[in-house]
Design a protein around this ligand. Structure first.
Ligand SMILES: [Zn+2]
Length: 292
């Protein structure tokens, strides 16, 4: 594990954030520039064109199959504009800032992640912008998870990664830049949506998701239905991380979901014993649940 910031990485990461999440900001900057009489389409407009591209495949192409029927996500988070404790809010904001500047980072093996796709396996355009957050738990310690990610996995079914890990003590490990496609949830869909990037394997939410995993407490290192839950420090860091992601990408609170909810195989139960009230309090405090 390398805990010192790397300038090149930061530059690349910043570029990715700009590409994927900062389009609105960039667009404003570009629109302000003189265009020599002829107005060029903004990046946002170009992106809209991609988003509005007809789902009908181009001639000779095949439509991607839709995911099987699956229960729609009902977010436990409630809209609320009630102001939280200002001291708590400030602490979470400072935490969000520190995550931005100094998370520990690991270099994982390239077999365990990929690039985001602009087209699916059938050649149809898909939007690679992160629009969903999937919560997980590690079951074993963070060290075990990192060990798995750095190990080469030639077989598709063994490949796994998340973007971020959050230790029981509130430590943060940045595993993948948001611009990369983590292999967090194979065979998955969210509200009737998936992307089939490999026709042999089926679809998943990975192309439009960010994955974060909470370190499981020691009494959860089994396949039992529950454990003693996550620490206050973990909920603090999770809220701070979500704040960053929600501000960088088009991710509403209703798009924070669980591996259990997106899993189509009915085999995943994580994160077990997750307390949504703890997240509610923190996101509310950060003003992220106040919507009209
Ligand atoms: Zn999971």
């Amino acid at each position: 594990m390398n805990s010192s910031p790397q300038p090149l990485w930061i530059a690349l990461g910043a570029g990715a954030i700009l590409t994927l999440g900062g389009l609105g900001w960039l667009t404003r900057d570009l629109s302000a520039q003189p265009s020599g009489g002829k107005r060029h389409p903004s990046l946002l407009e170009l992106l809209e064109e991609v988003r509005q591209a007809s789902p009908v495949p181009e001639s000779g192409r095949q439509a991607a199959p839709a995911p099987p029927a699956h229960r729609p996500w009902q977010s436990p988070l409630r809209a609320s504009c009630a102001p939280g404790d200002p001291a708590h809010r400030l602490r979470l904001q400072q935490l969000a800032e520190s995550i931005k500047t100094s998370p520990a980072r690991v270099q994982i093996h390239p077999t365990n992640f990929g690039e985001r796709f602009n087209r699916d396996a059938y050649g149809n355009p898909v939007d690679p912008t992160p629009q969903l957050v999937v919560l997980h738990e590690t079951v074993y310690g963070i060290g075990s998870a990192i060990n798995t990610f750095v190990t080469p996995h030639p077989r598709d079914e063994d490949q796994v990664s998340y973007h971020t890990l959050i230790g029981g003590d509130g430590s943060v490990v940045q595993v993948l830049d948001p611009s990369k496609r983590a292999f967090g949830a194979g065979n998955s869909a969210f509200n009737g949506r998936w992307v089939v990037s490999n026709a042999k394997v089926g679809g998943s939410v990975n192309n439009f998701s960010l994955h974060v995993s909470l370190e499981t407490p020691l009494d959860g290192e089994d396949d039992g239905p529950a454990h003693s839950g996550y620490t206050s420090a973990q909920y603090d860091v999770l809220a701070a991380l979500l704040a960053r992601w929600m501000q960088s990408f088009p991710i509403p609170a209703a798009h924070i979901t669980t591996h259990r909810a997106v899993d189509l195989g009915g085999e995943r139960a994580d994160p077990r014993s997750f307390n949504w009230s703890e997240l509610q309090i923190r996101l509310q405090s950060l003003g992220l649940l106040c919507r009209s």
